[in-house]
Design a binder for this molecule. Sequence first.
Ligand SMILES: CC(=O)N[C@H](C=O)[C@@H](O)[C@H](O)[C@H](O)COP(=O)(O)O
Length: 229
Amino acid sequence: MRRMITERGLVVSCQAYEGEPLFGPHHMAEMAKAAVLGGAIGIRANGTADIAAIKAVVNVPVIGLLKRRVGDCPVYITPTLEDACAVHAAGADIVAIDGTRRLRPDGTTIRQVVEELTRLGVCVMADVSTLEEGLHAAELGVQYISTTLSGYTPYSPGTNKPDIELVRCLAQETRLPVVAEGRFTSSEQMIQALNAGAQFVVVGSAITRPQDITERYRKAIEDKVVLNS
Ligand SMILES: CC(=O)N[C@H](C=O)[C@@H](O)[C@H](O)[C@H](O)COP(=O)(O)O
């Protein structure tokens, strides 16, 4: 049985890239278990192996995606219908796809992908970068809109902070659950997003990438303390 996320709260993204120490389904499944122990109401995961491994050990809904770069196509979050079907088949409760209007690597449009996933009964999260993309995805009939790609398209504002303003606008202008995702590094920012209308907040690197967390602490020392004279 596939489950939606209906509560408000924190979803933890458990992702590691090839070459990183925690890459691999075993590590990601253990990370997901730890996140659920801490109170995560859902997990976001990349790749069919990680999704299946995580589904086997947690009982909260899993948002699945498949990051895949094809040539120089900028669409890389579950870029094709086949990728979305693979994510669904791996057990994801919700399938996250690129929610922009950009053509997918196989030349298809978001409309075609969402129409087919809707016909198959797949629950879709559209990862968008602007309000306009969110409104368009909502019109196509997706179930969730996430701010995931804000700052990651050439036409969206690039900052090192979460895009709380986009959360607020999406929450005001659509009737769909809005997901706040991308660059959350503090619980204060999470509260701001929830108060701006997010149904839940997805936090990744700040919880599940130890090398990034360590680097953030180390940089703080460098910025404030003279280490060597
Ligand atoms: C833009 C993109 O490709 N985002 C990906 C989407 O799944 C992941 O790399 C992020 O880690 C995830 O969105 C969570 O964000 P953050 O790690 O900043 O908390």
